[in-house]
Design a protein around this ligand. Structure first.
Ligand code: CA
Length: 269
């Protein structure tokens, strides 16, 4: 059953909406405040009123995006604020759709179905590039069939890159997708996460740096080590190099040549 988190402080509206949605086969969890929304169980879809007593809905949307896995939860803003500037601001803060009150329940249901179709398609298909396979549904990552443990942000970052192999994904897009911000101060965090992602995946040349622009996943999957080579010695030489190259040079993003070069050098007698 699809779980809906209804964040709405207008009790009468919330009860009417919840009744209609439950009749439509949804499981509805109601909260009246932003605090309640942040403490609630994860849902498939969040219906978010923007005028809440304890926090602006736009900020709450960004906070929910930080907590829940990006892509797993759909967020629809439901609000009386219908001006274009506000709709744009709402969508930019991480909402998947925006419905203006007074709303027709049929339209809301249709929008929920459309948004769920998009998030399902987005999240359910396993993706692979070279030896790396990413399953967004189970959040499992393997490299050459072996599991790779990633943090939540590293995983979200990898998913954002792996969806568009061979294409440069801008730093701003990654910041927005993974950290829900475009504040330049977060660039350093992005670089650090790219560094740890490179060292954990341990596929030289897989994540290329496009200096000053962003990152690109090599469409050919980078350069995996030969299958008969034990990955331990390789990772011991290449990974810390890739990681330290990032952390040692905050101003200059590492180039894709760094991990590749390190790996090549390490294999030389
Ligand atoms: Ca309200």
């Amino acid at each position: 059953m699809i779980k809906v988190l209804l964040v709405e402080d207008d009790v009468r509206l919330a009860d009417a909406l919840a009744g209609a949605l439950e009749a439509g086969g949804y499981a509805v969890d109601q909260v009246r405040t932003a605090e309640g929304a942040l403490a609630a169980e994860p849902a498939d879809i969040v219906l978010l009123d923007l005028g809440l007593p304890d926090m602006d809905g736009i900020e709450l949307c960004a906070r929910l995006r930080e907590r829940h896995d990006v892509g797993d939860t759909a967020i629809i803003m439901v609000t009386a604020r219908g001006r274009q500037r506000e709709r744009v601001r709402g969508l930019r803060s991480g909402a998947d759709d925006y419905v203006v009150k007074p709303l027709a329940i049929e339209e809301l249901c249709a929008r929920m179905e459309a948004v769920l179709r998009r998030t399902r398609r987005r999240t359910d298909t396993p993706l692979s590039v070279g030896p790396v396979r990413v399953d967004p549904a189970t959040r499992a990552v393997t490299r050459g069939g072996r599991p790779v443990e990633l943090t939540r942000k590293e995983f979200d970052l990898l998913v954002a890159l792996v969806r568009e192999p061979g294409t440069v994904v801008s730093r701003e897009h990654l910041l927005l997708r993974v950290w829900q911000t475009t504040w330049p101060g977060t660039l350093r965090t992005l670089e650090v996460h790219i560094g740890t992602l490179r060292s954990k995946l341990d596929v030289p040349g897989l994540i290329e740096t496009v200096r000053g622009v962003g990152y690109r996943l090599a469409a050919d999957g980078g350069t995996p080590p030969p299958p008969d080579e034990e990955p331990t010695g390789h990772s011991a030489s290449a990974s810390p190099g890739a990681a330290s190259a990032v952390s040692a040079a905050p101003a200059a993003p590492t180039t894709s040549a760094a991990p590749t070069g390190a790996a090549t050098a390490a294999r030389r007698p």
